[in-house]
Design a protein around this ligand. Structure first.
Ligand code: ATP
Length: 316
């Protein structure tokens, strides 16, 4: 029986590292590596390596990418449930500079074929989970179906609204108990659903009371955890559902780290947060502190899925 069910994308990542990211028309010499990725898979690995029994629903092609997904899921004890697609397994081209900053292009392939009917056919898998976690690299109907099942059975539903270029519809937002945007995603969601415009790089300097008011407009019924990179995270609860916390809004500093590659830090954070919530009954702030520690550790190793540490919450 899974503690966490993740519904989302699997990609084969192709990673090029060079001193400076190439500009338009420029060619640079760097190094190449390849490995597994995709926000769904990264978060499933993080959840599993944070000690939660984890199932992962996705769509795969009939190719070496699919074989890689199966082998890696097996190695981490993840129950992989895949819909077969006639398209190639998803891919991502990732460029990383000497400071660990990245630029990414995704070829979604099979991920775009994940159907709500397939998700519904896996009702039993989702209905057993304590936490259902989705992102936005898969079709809206499919991830909406997953959160709807989570709601139906009383699981905690989590939406990591990434990537930012995918519009998040109001139905999906309404089904999320917990939302984990980064600054850019938060700003985009506020513009579309919160009736406010704020520059992404202004989020980190906005005072807590203002951020809290923005979060309440965005997700009146649920908890918002805005991740702020090296500046940590901001948490906002509805006043009648504090999830064991003493206060409705607070900041959690980043855990000290010496980052080599921050790719996937957000995935590490969401996966670890889901794992912790599924395993321990404790104030929400403790779950967030664990997610911050887990994400910080993930930045100290290169790669996305492969950089997820094996680190369980204290007490789990
Ligand atoms: P990505 O898109 O690269 O996966 P993201 O933008 O979704 O990342 P961030 O807000 O950058 O997510 O990071 C998520 C969390 O990871 C932060 O809230 C913080 O706890 C941790 N983190 C990120 N960068 C650092 C860092 N340099 N040092 C320590 N912790 C970090």
């Amino acid at each position: 029986m899974p503690d966490v069910a993740v519904v989302g994308s699997f990609n084969v990542d192709h990673v090029w590292r060079c001193d400076v990211l190439p500009q338009h028309g420029e060619t640079r010499i760097g190094t190449y590596s390849t490995g597994p990725g995709g926000k769904g898979f990264n978060q499933a690995i993080a959840s599993a390596r944070a000690g939660a029994s984890t199932s992962f629903l996705c769509a795969l092609g009939d190719d070496v990418g699919a074989q890689l997904a199966r082998a890696l899921a097996d190695a981490d004890g993840i129950a992989l449930v895949d819909q077969r697609s006639e398209h190639a397994t998803g891919t991502a081209g990732i460029y990383v500079d000497a400071h660990g900053r990245n630029a990414i292009v995704i070829g979604g392939g099979a991920n775009g074929d994940l159907r709500d009917s397939f998700v519904q056919s896996q009702w039993v898998v989702l209905a057993q989970a304590r936490v259902v976690l989705v992102q936005r690299e898969s079709p809206a109907e499919a991830v909406t179906a997953a959160l709807r099942i989570g709601r139906e059975v009383g699981a905690t539903t989590m939406l990591n609204p990434a990537p930012v270029n995918a519009d998040v519809d109001a139905d999906l937002l309404a089904l999320a108990d917990i939302l984990t945007p980064n600054e850019t995603e938060f700003a985009a969601l506020l513009a579309t659903h919160g009736g406010t415009t704020i520059a992404p790089d202004a989020v980190v300097n906005t005072d807590d009371a203002t951020l809290h008011a923005h979060c309440r407009r965005l997700l009146p019924h649920g908890t918002v955890v805005v991740t702020l990179g090296a500046a940590g995270a901001f948490v906002s609860h509805p006043s009648d559902a504090l999830r064991g916390d003493a206060v409705a809004m607070y900041s959690v500093p980043a855990y000290p780290a010496t980052p080599i590659d921050t790719t996937g830090a957000g995935d590490a954070f969401s996966g670890a947060l889901a794992a912790s919530i599924s395993q321990l009954d404790q104030p929400f702030a403790e779950h967030v502190r664990f997610a911050a520690r887990y994400a910080a550790r993930s930045t100290e190793v290169a790669g996305a899925a492969t950089s997820m540490p094996r680190l369980a919450p204290l007490g789990a």
